[in-house]
Design a protein around this ligand. Structure first.
Ligand code: ADP
Length: 158
């Protein structure tokens, strides 16, 4: 069985992330979405458990996707899940510079680990969790940016 891991902080999951998840799920038998707890992102809007829950609700219709929390090294998670493929979405050159380095770091930690890049779909290329958090703070309608599960959660919080 070919498995892959899609890691990120997902604070919160966006339609851009969901697009990568769906496309990865079409390429692999199983995709583990790994919500990184120790990712160096400052001032999170959602707790790791909330981020996980929002992803789980957003991928409920994709049978070969599972989401989990991980507080350790990504390379250790890959060993734990017996997967050797990391999927990353690439939006622009900045993502590439960062992800190219991360791929080398992960390969240094675990030689079998390969990173596979999926180009962002044009419709979502400018989406980021940072942008989404900003829109949420200013009370913008969120349907265009995040899955329905996140929209519902935000409405509950209003
Ligand atoms: P963000 O950069 O939005 O804060 P994450 O750190 O959670 O998101 O990103 C997880 C992964 O998803 C990374 O590989 C990132 O490049 C990718 N990604 C984020 N947003 C998009 C998007 N709109 N389209 C494609 N890939 C994306």
């Amino acid at each position: 069985m070919k498995t892959a891991i899609y890691p990120g902080s997902f604070d919160p999951v966006t339609l851009g992330h969901l697009d990568i998840i769906r496309r990865a799920a079409a390429c692999f038998d199983k995709v583990y979405v790994c919500v990184m707890v120790n990712a160096e992102k400052k001032n999170p809007m959602f707790t790791p458990q909330e981020r996980l829950e929002l992803i789980r609700r957003s991928v409920a219709d994709i049978p070969n996707v599972e989401a989990e929390l991980w507080s350790g090294l990504l390379a250790d998670y890959a060993v734990e899940r017996q997967s050797r493929i990391l999927v990353k979405g690439l939006r622009h050159a900045t993502d590439f510079d960062q992800e190219y380095q991360m791929a080398a770091i992960n390969k240094g930690l675990c030689h079998d680990l390969e990173t596979v890049f999926l180009p962002a779909s044009a419709a979502y290329q400018h989406f980021s969790s940072t942008m989404v958090r900003e829109m949420i703070r200013y009370g913008q309608p969120m349907e265009k940016y995040v899955p329905a599960a996140v929209v519902d959660e935000l409405k509950k919080r209003q």
